[in-house]
Write a protein that binds this ligand. Structure first.
Ligand code: FAD
Length: 456
């Protein structure tokens, strides 16, 4: 019988274990279907994404998803999740600092990327005057060469404190008093922390349905990937690796944001089951003349249907049909004029696309009118902050859809409505990035430590 069983060795699971064994002698086991960090190799590693290996070395194993890629620590409580939902302002910032200190202790670089106060003031004022918010984020880049070492160091610390790792075994079923593995082994535990990440979100939903764990459907983001000449983005990308802008649109008052900026990067086609979509990436040693970023509209549904995933999939289905299995590409000028793009127009365009596995078409035939309006208005607002972003030759690829996990109902210590079951990280919908995933793991650990009479 273990004290605590943790499902998932991503940042949420590892940091939960870290907190427990640093402050108690409780017995912890971590189970992950992926490999140990030393054995994780991904053929697509340099591309920063992976679609081929199963279980995917990029998504599964010690370190979790992205555990072998270029880790950027976004050091804010409301980026990559929102700790303010669970903690007051001071405690939320303290927790982010605490997570950062653990990363630093295990080899994250000391250098912090942060705009100077003059730069911050300049971009904030410029954005605000266009009705846009510039979100300044202190960031630390662990760097792809170093990420593995940081994870190894954390893993070694956990092992030295007696944490048991059961790897390359999938938890097929969660029971109230333990878990069942795919080799038939049953492990009993007093407490469970379920931290299966985005890749385990559907599995977690099934377990929640079976056990009666309460959850809601989270919002999804629907939009396009925008591609512009890199020179346009140079000034802002110089001070911020992944600059984030947020705005509300004029017609619908919808929330739109930039996400995942890839300076001098490439647009890529992705496959989600039977549907296609787009994403972006940048490489260490290969650069394009373009910069791409996602422009995403946040969609929440209420009655009669809350299931945002179904909504997103229905958009992706239309896109897959209209694109003949490829994402759509359209010049912004063509979208504005209500006409489809053709290969002739794309070839004559001043800006050359970095993804050619596409079908020139009309995005307005795929995305709902409300989303298209939001995108056009958001681009015009952004153009006042970064001139040139909304030129006619700007390229739009669709659809880009970010499906989020269900959002499990939890208290401030990530405890579900079941007394001994806690959740943490992206799979439970309580985070969307490394730092907040780790922070929610720590919150779950602290909840258990408190109940077991340990100081945290
Ligand atoms: C390529 C890539 C790059 C990224 N880069 C960044 C970045 O730079 N900065 C940032 O903030 N975020 C980044 N992210 C997102 C970040 O990796 C996640 O937000 C974070 O890892 C979530 O942590 P987690 O512990 O909740 O889940 P995960 O890291 O996904 O870990 C979950 C673990 O659970 C295991 N698991 C799932 N189901 C089961 C099961 N049934 N049985 C056993 N094991 C199971 C999985 O194998 C996995 O190892 C990136 C993601 C990817 C894919």
């Amino acid at each position: 019988m273990k004290d605590i069983i943790i499902v998932g060795a991503g940042p949420a699971g590892l940091f939960a274990a870290y907190e427990i064994v640093s402050k108690s002698n409780l017995k912890v086991v971590i189970i992950d279907m992926g490999k140990d960090v030393d054995k994780r190799e991904c053929p697509m590693e340099t591309l920063g994404y992976c679609i081929n290996c199963k279980p995917c070395n990029l998504l599964h194993g010690v370190g979790g998803s992205g555990g072998i890629s270029d880790g950027t620590l976004n050091l804010r409580p409301d980026i990559g999740g929102n700790l303010f939902e669970y903690l007051n302002e001071k405690d939320a910032w303290d927790l982010v600092k605490y997570v950062d200190e653990i990363f630093l202790k295990h080899g994250a670089p000391k250098k912090m990327y942060k705009a100077t106060s003059e730069e911050e003031e300049y971009w904030s004022r410029r954005a605000a005057s266009a009705g846009v918010e510039f979100v300044q984020i202190p960031q630390r880049h662990i760097g792809s060469d170093n990420t593995k070492n940081v994870i190894k160091s954390i893993r070694d610390y956990l092992r030295s404190k007696g944490v048991e790792f059961i790897l390359e075994k999938k938890v097929v079923e969660v029971k109230k008093d333990g878990v069942l593995l795919n080799d038939g082994t049953e492990i009993k535990g007093k407490y469970l922390i379920l931290a299966p990440g985005r890749s385990g979100a559907n599995w977690l939903k099934e377990q929640a349905d079976k056990l009666g764990i309460k959850y809601r459907h989270g919002p999804i983001d629907v939009g396009v990937r925008v591609e512009v000449p890199a020179v346009i983005m140079e000034p802002i990308c110089k001070i911020n690796h992944d600059p984030k802008f947020r705005m509300r649109t004029r017609t619908y008052d919808d929330f739109v944001r930039t996400f995942c900026v890839n300076h001098r990067g490439f647009v890529v086609k992705e496959k989600y089951g039977e549907f296609i979509g787009v994403n972006g990436y940048s490489m260490k040693n290969k650069f394009s003349n373009n910069t791409n970023f996602a422009l995403l509209v946040n969609v929440t549904l209420t009655e009669p249907i809350e299931n945002t995933t179904l909504y997103g999939e229905s958009i992706a289905r239309i896109a897959t049909i209209l694109g003949g299995g490829n994402p759509l590409i359209q010049r912004l000028g063509d979208l504005r004029r209500g006409r489809r793009s053709t290969w002739k127009r794309i070839k004559e365009n001043l800006l050359k696309p970095t993804l050619l596995n596409v079908t020139p078409g009309d995005i307005a035939m795929v995305l709902p009118h409300r989303i298209v309006t939001d995108i056009l208005e958001a681009l015009d607002m952004l153009d006042k902050v970064i001139p040139g972003v909304a030129s006619d030759s700007t390229l739009l690829y669709a659809p880009e859809i970010k499906y989020y996990a269900i959002k499990v109902e939890v208290d401030e210590n990530m405890k579900t409505n079941l007394d001994n079951i806690y959740v943490a990280g992206d799979g439970a919908g309580v985070s969307r990035g490394l730092v907040i995933a780790a922070a929610t793991g720590i919150l779950a650990a602290r909840g258990i430590l408190k109940r077991e009479g340990f100081e945290s």
